[in-house]
Design a protein around this ligand. Structure first.
Ligand SMILES: NC(=O)c1ccc[n+]([C@@H]2O[C@H](COP(=O)([O-])OP(=O)(O)OC[C@H]3O[C@@H](n4cnc5c(N)ncnc54)[C@H](OP(=O)(O)O)[C@@H]3O)[C@@H](O)[C@H]2O)c1
Length: 269
């Protein structure tokens, strides 16, 4: 058994496993010998991934298709997780929106708060109890570099990611004495379905997009390599530089500058 599987096995729950960063987490965790529960809405994607995982790695993969924004999410997931020992929880499901807050649909904004903030809090509350009792395990909360700074055009999304960051950092301090590792993963731009759904257009940066954007592979490799060693993880030199600079300048300057950056990034509608 790998060291990773000893510490974070025998099962991991990955939310948002049907696409992007979540799919990559599921594959890389399974590769390390940990069974996975795959959660998202699109059942066909999850089943395909489960079968790929079982073919490639000698682990089990369960699918738990669910809309995580439903009220009793812990109850909804209960049948898939009641009989297993979960050593790793990856809170990855999330989405973003762009545009003036007052002009966007209030229901969508509520869903985003729900999925990006309420779900990681409730799932962690349920699943990390067992980790604390056993004195080992890990929780990853996928935040973003957006969580470090407010911007116009993404006011609510950035606020949800700030919640994820602060929640994970606080929890890391609480659970460290019990041997449970918590990480706030803060990626910058990652090529996934996220941009299209959020109305962002990486091509607006021309050749610079390669400097600004990373792949889900790099992001997840960094996250899993540093789990247990670092709490706040910002993959990519350019992203670390950006966050460092944001902290050096007054908040209003950071807000103005990052706002210009995001404006470039918003797809023309
Ligand atoms: N890509 C980036 O540039 C970037 C940068 C920083 C942070 N992040 C964060 O990374 C995380 C993953 O994003 P991604 O880039 O991998 O995006 P993605 O490719 O769009 O994947 C999002 C995942 O969330 C799931 N999801 C969305 N709504 C859901 C719901 N109501 N119930 C259950 N599952 C739901 C989606 O599955 P279904 O549609 O099948 O439900 C999908 O599996 C997000 O938290 C995002 O904020 C992304």
């Amino acid at each position: 058994m790998s060291k990773f599987a000893e510490r974070y096995g025998p099962w991991a729950v990955v939310t948002g496993a049907s696409a992007g960063i979540g799919t990559e987490y599921a594959l890389r965790i399974a590769e390390r010998g940990v069974n996975v529960v795959l959660v998202a809405r699109r059942r066909d994607r999850l089943e395909q991934l489960a079968s790929t995982i079982e073919d490639l790695y000698r682990v089990q993969a369960r699918v738990a298709p669910a809309d995580l924004t439903t009220r009793d999410i812990v109850q909804v997931l209960e049948p898939a997780i009641a009989d297993i020992e979960i050593g790793l929880l990856v809170n990855c499901a999330g989405f973003g929106t762009t545009g003036p807050f007052l002009d966007m649909d209030a229901g969508v904004q509520e869903s985003m708060l729900n999925l990006n903030c309420r779900v990681p809090a409730l799932l962690t509350h349920e699943i990390a109890q067992g980790m604390r009792e056993r004195g080992k395990g890990g929780v990853i909360v996928v935040s973003s570099v957006s969580g470090f700074c407010a911007t116009r055009g993404m006011a609510n999304y950035n606020a949800t990611k700030a919640y994820d960051l602060i929640f994970a950092e606080g929890l890391a301090s609480e659970l460290k004495p019990y041997g449970v590792d918590v990480q706030a993963l803060c990626p910058g731009g990652v090529f996934t379905e996220f941009q299209r759904k959020a109305g962002l257009e990486p091509r607006n940066f021309g050749p610079l997009q390669r400097l600004i954007f990373t792949s889900a592979t790099t992001v997840v490799a960094t996250s899993l390599r540093t789990l247990g060693h670092r709490v706040t993880v910002i993959p990519g030199f350019m992203n670390r530089l950006m966050v460092f600079t944001m902290r050096l300048v007054p908040r209003r300057v950071a807000r103005w500058f990052f706002g210009l950056f995001v404006e470039q990034f918003i797809a023309k509608r």
